[in-house]
Design a protein around this ligand. Structure first.
Ligand SMILES: *Cc1c(COP(=O)(O)O)cnc(C)c1O
Length: 380
């Protein structure tokens, strides 16, 4: 038991086809940013999201940064952001010297609470500043209440950036996540459902926005034979080698998403007799989550006193990697002075939540061991 191999939270899972694309790039000496694999990977992403334009970038964070620049976010502006998220959703707001305004979650999707969103927009307008953009996150792959969020955003004419970094393959009303706002972003970091080792994408149906993203990501180089610049640019391009990995991943895209979902259904069934555990579940059939990570809430009152953190430590001793939920941004020291509209929902989730091992390469025996260990720890 002690020598049992570590069961990871979410680890890269290669299809085996990545090397074919990498070797092709090596044979042609295309060892640089952009290039044929990047173009082909962008086509793959267009196909699965149905979006018109894609700009592949070095990270999801870079994509959010460019989205804010393109929407004109500048020093002193305010940008609304879901509080329950990874810091990468909010950091680029500060890169622009703008102010993040955090909004709490609603309990069924763990994402932006539309009622609080509207209340915050009204309040910011009353204080004299209309938010420049809304960053709506689809956390753990669960689509936000995108119909209500878009209705509010459209009514107040505030553009939405959909942070679908964790939600590739997820859908709301049959529409792929990442395509609801003016701009969507995806991440291909090593822990995400589809990886390029590191990488991201800026996606939009607005051709001009995507051209801008490409331009800014290549040091804002103007169209001259020499290097001419009229704007400050960035080096946010995706490497042609990273894109080769992405192409190998996209060859098994459907399998990877089904396996993430299957992990969720496995845990739900295997843990159904533990009444202290509840899952982040699709609230109704309009929601289709990729279930990037299977996440649970554990009611400490029903677990003979163990908190999720104690359970996490005990699982760690069994070589099972679990992790607490994202700590909400309004509770982060670095954002403590930012305005926040909260009702305690995300804080409560953070205090009692846990992410379970959700890799697509997890074996049936490993999943069963995780479930059995939870039984032992909680029901004993
Ligand atoms: C991973 C992630 C990002 C950032 O993506 P990177 O590619 O790591 O820069 C942004 N938002 C959320 C919600 C994420 O999980």
């Amino acid at each position: 038991m002690l020598n049992r191999k570590l069961i990871f939270l979410s680890t890269p899972h290669m299809s085996g086809r990545e090397m074919l694309y990498i070797e092709d790039a090596f044979r042609k000496n295309q060892i640089f940013p952009n290039g044929a694999n990047v173009e082909a990977f962008a086509e793959d992403l267009k196909r699965i999201t149905g979006v018109g334009y894609v700009s592949c970038l070095s990270s999801g964070t870079a994509a959010i940064h460019l989205a804010l620049i393109i929407l004109g976010v500048e020093q002193g502006d305010e940008v609304i952001c879901s509080s329950f998220t990874f810091s990468a959703s909010a950091n680029p707001i500060v890169y622009q010297k703008a102010l993040p305004v955090f909004i709490d979650s609603e309990p069924s999707t763990w994402n932006l609470n539309p009622a609080i969103l509207e209340e915050a927009i009204k309040d910011r307008i009353k204080n004299g500043k209309k938010p420049k953009a809304i960053i709506a996150v689809d956390l753990y792959g669960m689509p936000a209440r995108l119909d209500e969020i878009m209705e509010i955003a459209n009514r107040y004419e505030i553009p939405v950036i959909e942070d679908a970094a964790e939600a590739i393959g997820s859908k709301f009303n049959n529409q792929p996540c990442g395509t609801f706002g003016e701009i969507g972003i995806l991440s291909f970091n090593g822990n995400k459902a589809i990886t390029t080792s590191a990488g991201g994408a800026f996606i939009s149906n607005n051709e001009e926005y995507c051209k801008q993203a490409y331009f800014l990501s290549t040091q804002a180089r103007d169209d001259y034979p020499h290097y001419e610049h009229t704007e400050i640019g960035y080096n946010y391009r995706m490497s042609n080698i990273c894109a080769a990995i992405g192409r190998g991943q996209m060859d098994v895209f459907e399998e990877r998403i089904s396996k993430r979902r299957e992990n969720f259904f496995f845990y739900k069934e295997a843990l159904k007799d533990i009444d202290s555990i509840t899952f982040l579940e699709e609230p109704d059939d309009r929601f289709y989550s990729n279930h990037w990570l299977t996440t649970i809430l554990i009611d400490p009152k029903k677990t003979n006193g163990d908190t999720p953190e104690q359970i996490r430590k005990k699982l760690e001793k069994l070589n099972i990697e679990t992790r607490s939920l994202w700590k909400p941004m309004h509770l982060q020291p670095v954002f403590k002075d930012c305005p926040a509209y909260v009702d305690g929902t995300s804080e409560r989730m953070f205090n009692i939540g846990l992410c379970l091992p959700s890799s697509t390469c997890i074996t049936d025996a490993e999943r069963q061991f995780v479930a059995d260990s939870l039984h032992d720890l909680i029901l004993k």
